[in-house]
Design a protein around this ligand. Structure first.
Ligand code: F6R
Length: 247
């Protein structure tokens, strides 16, 4: 596991974008696993900029996103499909048909999940999976206590995640209670994993994920078992880990 420390959110974003761009340059037809949430927004902004300048092309890239709220239409303001369109896809030269996000309105969510795993396999697997991390150590919507052996599946959101996500909705009641999410097994199948973490409020979770025991109580701790993980974090997010190292 490589940990790259950056001074602040902006430099973390640039560094993470550089790693994604390197993947695209080295393998123009790669499969990128993408994440939503506030942390990757800055990195997506850099990629949009480089693409606009003609320094990078996503014309051959295929993408699969980690998760989607169950019950939200792709056009819903808070759907992850819409997030991806607004923050990345609408501003780069990726072929729309090559972007894949789970369908939150799928008639049969279990079938949608099974077909998503088949889709990932048919694309040849994920070359680089981008992840953010929740305050409780969740990755995608894999919450503490969830089984590490699951592929894409339907999840119930924890109260803490509902709390964290209510800032995007008019009220807490409007936050969906369920989501479709790639499982730990699907994530661990990626050839490379890139995790972006920012802010002191994530410092405890990051420390537990990186230096604590591998346990499903801290889903991100499973990444210790993956052979090619890079964590790009700002100094605030690394503060607890570094305090422990200097003791
Ligand atoms: C997003 C996702 C989530 C977020 C996590 C961190 O697709 O799967 O696991 O990465 O909740 O979110 P932010 O970046 O908003 O703190």
């Amino acid at each position: 596991m490589r940990i790259i420390e950056c001074a602040d959110y902006k430099s973390m974003s640039r560094r993470a974008a550089g790693i994604i761009a390197a993947q695209v340059v080295l393998k123009p037809e790669c499969v990128l696993g993408l994440a939503t949430g506030s942390t990757p927004v800055g990195a997506y902004g850099e990629l949009v900029k480089w693409c606009g300048q003609g320094d990078l092309s996503f014309a051959g890239v295929r993408s699969v996103n980690l998760d989607e709220y169950l019950g939200l239409a792709p056009t819903h303001e808070q759907s992850y499909r819409r997030f991806m369109q607004e923050n990345l896809f609408d501003h780069i030269d990726i072929v729309p048909e090559n972007t894949h996000v789970l369908n939150g309105l799928a008639e049969n969510p279990e079938t949608e999940c099974a077909q998503y795993d088949e889709l990932i396999a048919s694309l040849g697997g994920i070359d680089l999976q981008l992840l953010g991390m929740g305050h409780n150590g969740h990755i995608a919507f894999n919450e503490p206590g969830d089984d590490f052996g699951l592929g894409t599946h339907v999840v119930s959101l924890s109260e803490r995640t509902i709390d964290a996500n209510q800032r995007f909705f008019a009220s807490r009641d409007e936050v969906p209670r369920h989501a479709l999410s790639m499982g730990i097994k699907s994530i661990m199948g990626a050839r490379k994993i890139l995790v972006v973490v920012s802010g002191a409020d994530k410092a405890d979770a990051l420390c537990r994920a990186v230096s604590g025991p591998v346990t499903n109580e801290v889903p991100a701790s499973v990444l210790q078992l993956h052979p090619d993980v890079t964590i790009v974090a700002d100094s605030a997010a690394l503060s607890v880990l570094k305090a422990g190292e200097s003791r």
